[in-house]
Design a protein around this ligand. Structure first.
Ligand code: PFF
Length: 464
């Protein structure tokens, strides 16, 4: 006997869950750090362009396929490609998505787990002591916390437990419920921190850095990096949006939803930058321009501000919430595959897949210890191939997502008939004036842009 397929309770449930998937460590960690590295202004503009011209069209394509077939990626490709050129071979894109979900989740959850530890450290006052000296905190993070296998495993397992718990209770009862609680909270904490940052002396400078473009600082590498990041941050290329789209009803505008999700994702990435740059500019400490900035530099500055202990706790709670709604979507891609393709019940699928990924992630967690750990942590970074952790990350963000996104764009732009895509997009939307624009972007702009990322990776040109 098969269980009835899940459905969101309505439009809001879907928007919040999908926005939750998009907003994550990519926004709160990676985006501020690569914006710093790429000199702000012009990079931010290019990034916004990449979201609008490449991200939004691919997101529309994914949701379209999900809603049309009411299936997860493997089944969706199988069904839609059945009578098209290439036939069953297209289901490989779905398999790639499942592999990407598995791979990303196994390291993402390790980093997400750190936020539990840091929230706890902030609440019990220990973080304030450590953070009073940047060298002490840096040493603690790199040589004590990361090097402690048991701690790394513990927090990873805890985070996977939370993730599995949410997915276990299903689309409406678990995923949507968690998103409906965490997303407003996340927004609320962000607004408090943004208001706070407007009172700091570094605020004006942060705004200038972000919104006054200087195109002379822009390199080809920056453009490719902006493009690659647009992809990861919008959860595209592995069927997460496709899977979430398979739980929506037919009375629902897909283009509007994709625009809303992408807008919110970008807004929150920019808010994160405003907060972090204001904080950093306010102090005169040397900025650690590395991926570890979140766990080394930020607390040392926050702790000097009034109410610093509490601000630190709020800050890590925020990042943890954002990460949880993303890990949930990663696990949902893998679990829905087992539910739809293997005929498993949701409970069996989530418990099994959750456990397997947890065990696999333990390898990642343990690979952080010891020498060179700091330099190998470059979440969704382009260069790091050290250790299991770095390899997972490299494979997923350099290969799986861009290749998946490229194939999704080709499939929806060239393999499916225009009549099919137009009909699906107009359902719940009405006559779509922008169909021609979408069709142009998905046929030409997206494949070319994503193709450029893939070629640059093949040629071994690094992003930075
Ligand atoms: N979008 C998430 C972030 O920005 O952190 C990461 C992510 C989640 C990527 C889910 C892919 C995915 F399917």
């Amino acid at each position: 006997m098969t269980e009835p397929r899940g459905q969101w309770s309505g439009r809001l449930g879907f928007i919040l869950a999908a926005t939750g998937s998009a907003i994550g460590l990519g926004n709160l960690w990676k985006f501020p750090y690569i914006t710093l590295e790429n000199n702000g202004g012009a990079f931010v503009l290019v990034y916004i362009g990449a979201v609008a011209l490449v991200g939004v069209p691919i997101m529309i394509a994914e949701i379209l396929m999900g809603r049309r077939t009411q299936m997860s990626p493997v089944g969706a490709f199988k069904a839609m490609a059945a009578d098209r050129p290439g036939g069953a071979a297209w289901q490989g894109v779905g398999w790639l998505g499942v592999l990407a979900g598995f791979t990303i989740l196994s390291y993402y959850s390790v980093v997400a787990g750190w936020t539990i530890h840091y929230t706890w450290l902030a609440l019990n006052g220990h973080l304030s002591e450590l953070a009073s000296d940047p060298a002490v905190l840096g040493n603690y993070f790199g040589n004590e916390f990361l090097a402690s296998g048991p701690q790394q495993v513990l927090y990873h397992v805890l985070f996977m437990g939370l993730t599995t718990g949410a997915v276990f209770f299903g689309v409406k009862g678990g995923i949507e419920r968690v998103a409906k609680i965490l997303m407003p909270l996340l927004f609320f904490i962000l607004v408090i921190l943004v208001i706070y940052s407007t009172t700091t002396s570094g605020f004006g400078e942060a705004i200038r850095f972000l919104f006054h473009p200087d195109f002379s600082t822009l390199t080809t590498g920056s453009v490719l990096e902006a493009l690659g990041h647009a992809f990861f941050t919008l959860s595209l290329g592995m069927g997460a949006m496709l899977t979430y789209g398979s739980y929506i009803g037919r009375d629902f505008s897909i283009p509007k939803a994709a625009l809303q999700i992408s807008f919110l994702d970008t807004l929150i990435a920019l808010m994160a930058c405003i907060i972090m740059f204001s904080i950093i500019n306010t102090s005169n400490i040397e900025v650690n321009k590395s991926a570890t900035i979140l766990f080394t530099t930020i607390p040392t500055v926050l702790v000097k501000l009034p109410g610093g202990g509490l601000l630190n706790a709020l800050f890590y709670l925020l990042i943890g919430f954002a990460a949880l709604t993303s890990t949930i979507s990663l696990l949902e891609v893998v679990s829905s595959f087992a539910i739809d393709e293997l005929g498993w019940t949701r409970h069996r699928a989530t418990l099994t897949m959750g456990s397997v990924i947890t065990v696999f992630g333990v390898l990642n967690a343990l690979s952080l210890g010891g020498h060179g750990a700091l330099s190998s942590i470059n979440l969704i970074g382009r260069e790091s191939t050290q250790g299991v952790f770095g390899t997972m990350d490299y494979l997923a963000s350099n290969w799986f997502l861009p290749v998946g996104g490229f194939l999704i764009a080709l499939f929806c732009g060239w393999v499916l008939s225009k009549a099919t895509t137009r009909q699906e997009l107009e359902e719940g939307h009405g006559t779509m004036a922008g169909y021609g624009i979408w069709s142009f972007l998905i046929r030409f702009v997206s494949p070319l842009a994503v193709g450029a990322i893939i070629v640059s990776v093949i040629l071994g040109k690094e992003y930075q």
